[in-house]
Design a protein around this ligand. Structure first.
Ligand SMILES: Cc1cc2nc3c(=O)[nH]c(=O)nc-3n(C[C@H](O)[C@H](O)[C@H](O)COP(=O)(O)OP(=O)(O)OC[C@H]3O[C@@H](n4cnc5c(N)ncnc54)[C@H](O)[C@@H]3O)c2cc1C
Length: 477
């Protein structure tokens, strides 16, 4: 829903909420902050309170400036420019001048094949073939796989509307090799789960829609090219912020001022007699007329257990894959690889612990001093200690990039529960959960479980949640 239509639909609610209703948002990640900002926009008279467990805002968005001149991202590092909400919020927060789009190094991604890094061909959208010629020239696919790929427009359209896995969708349309060599490494790097486990409808909805509407991805892409190329062709597809991604959440939080309370952990949520909710916050009570829960789903499951055990059970069933990011600083002279790109991914058939590595100082300006290099590897190894993770990352860097030297320093960000996995059937389960949430009155959920895991998806979920609680407050009168 656009901001405009949100306002049109909910303009009436503004009057009620201006009678100083309190609306609490739990969690100051980008979803919670966007929800609070939208509440203030739609209902300027409301008392909005954002409760954040940590001593900082941002949640998964976390930038660190080191004393020796590096800018380290522990979470996301990029904004997709073709997601309109990203650019809209950047403009509204007056951050356009802070956008950075690259370092002049080609934006190529490499794929690990044995001990080589092979350039990923152009013409891939999220690992899915969208242009045939560059793929034909690539050594990544066998001749048989290339021929199979060209048959995509003639593959029968799926006749039922039920969900299937990303693996099933991609191999049905493009063949098995495109799945294992191109798509699986990309999606498993993001979700910490193989494509077999992930819902096609929830993880790659645009492609599912192309098949439904046009019978073929290739035909669909051709027919919708006009819409997709409405942006200028020299516009970058991804951008970042000069001071790092925390600039976004810090600036969002600044618009909310003292409404954001840090180190305020919500430990319990109950219905309040006469309507609304009672929260236990760091040992004290806080009553509220309406509530938006924008914490991760596994936390929401615990918080909402007293209110709705079935909902809590459903929320706790959403698996969050582990995500270990190891940032490493090297002297430039110690890196043998020319690094003419932004990093590499590792297909699951490669028997490595590294799933991907971003060459952060190649990708964005200002990430490392001139004579230094900043790399970030993602390593998956059950039961590994911090020292193990670093050793595993270095082992792969040695073999793939010829880096023999020890890093000058390392920063390890371990997340036992990283991003939620959208497993097959996720969309239907999410709808059922939202219906249960709505039955509890002015209560809504926001965050990366609902509309997609990307930053704009999370912001949108927050904005929709704001509109939902205002609507529920209005209905209650
Ligand atoms: C390594 C990595 C790279 C990524 N890269 C990109 C990218 O490049 N581009 C992109 O668009 N997206 C990317 N993402 C995804 C995106 O960053 C996240 O999905 C998004 O930031 C999640 O926001 P959120 O508000 O839903 O959740 P969170 O950021 O998890 O925020 C939830 C907040 O709730 C707080 N909280 C938890 N429990 C409580 C409690 N009991 N009481 C009060 N507060 C509580 C937490 O402290 C946290 O601040 C990436 C994610 C990761 C991890």
């Amino acid at each position: 829903m656009t901001q405009h239509s949100t306002e049109q639909t909910h303009g009436r609610h503004t009057r009620h909420v201006q009678r100083m209703r309190r609306i609490v948002v739990v969690g100051a990640g980008v979803a919670g902050l966007a929800a609070a900002r939208e509440l203030l926009r739609l209902a300027p008279g409301a008392e909005v309170v954002v409760l954040e467990r940590d001593a900082r805002v941002g949640g998964l968005i976390e930038t660190e400036s080191t004393q020796d001149g590096f800018l380290v991202e522990h979470g996301p590092d990029s904004l997709l420019t073709w997601k309109p909400l990203n650019m809209q919020v950047v403009r509204e927060l007056e951050l356009s001048a802070a956008l950075v789009s690259g370092t002049g190094v080609p934006r190529a991604t490499f794929v690990a094949q044995g001990s080589e890094l092979v350039p990923m061909p152009d013409g891939l959208l999220g690992g899915i073939p969208s242009a045939a010629m560059p793929l034909f020239r690539s050594p990544l696919l066998s001749v048989g796989a290339k021929l199979r790929m060209t048959a995509e427009p003639f593959m029968p359209r799926k006749t039922t509307s039920d969900d299937e896995s990303v693996a099933s969708f991609v191999s049905r349309r493009f063949g098995r090799e495109v799945l294992t060599r191109l798509v699986d490494p990309l999606v498993s790097g993001i979700y910490g789960a193989p494509a077999e486990r992930l819902s096609a409808k929830a993880s790659i909805p645009q492609l599912v829609e192309l098949e439904r509407a046009h019978g073929s991805i290739a035909w669909g892409m051709r027919k919708t090219r006009g819409q997709r190329t409405a942006r200028k062709t020299d516009d970058p597809l991804v951008v970042s912020l000069a001071g790092g991604m925390s600039t976004l959440t810090d600036t969002l939080a600044a618009t909310l001022g003292p409404r954001v309370r840090l180190q305020a952990e919500v430990t319990k949520i109950e219905h309040k007699q006469g309507g609304g909710f009672r929260l236990q916050v760091s040992g004290a009570h806080l009553d509220t007329d309406a509530l938006i829960v924008a914490s991760p789903a596994h936390v929401a499951a615990v918080l909402l257990a007293d209110i709705d055990a079935e909902l809590a059970h459903a929320l706790s069933g959403i698996v969050h894959g582990p995500l270990n990011a190891i940032s490493m600083a090297f002297h430039k002279r110690d890196v043998a690889h020319p690094m003419q790109g932004t990093g590499f991914i590792v297909p699951s058939n490669q028997e490595r612990f590294t799933t991907a590595c971003s060459w952060m100082s190649q990708k964005w300006p200002g990430r490392a001093p001139q004579d230094r290099v900043l790399l970030r590897s993602f390593v998956q190894a059950e039961g590994a200690t911090d020292a193990d993770l670093v050793q595993l990352a270095l082992h792969d860097l040695r073999e793939l990039m010829g880096i023999e030297a020890a890093p000058e320093w390392t920063r390890i960000k371990r997340r036992a529960r990283g991003l939620p996995r959208y497993e097959v059937g996720h969309g239907q389960r999410a709808i059922a959960m939202r219906e249960r949430v709505a039955a509890h009155g002015p209560l809504a959920m926001a965050g990366n479980v609902w509309n997609g895991v990307g930053i704009p998806d999370c912001m949108q979920s927050g904005m929709l949640a704001a509109a939902e609680v205002l609507r529920a407050l209005d209905a209650r009168g």
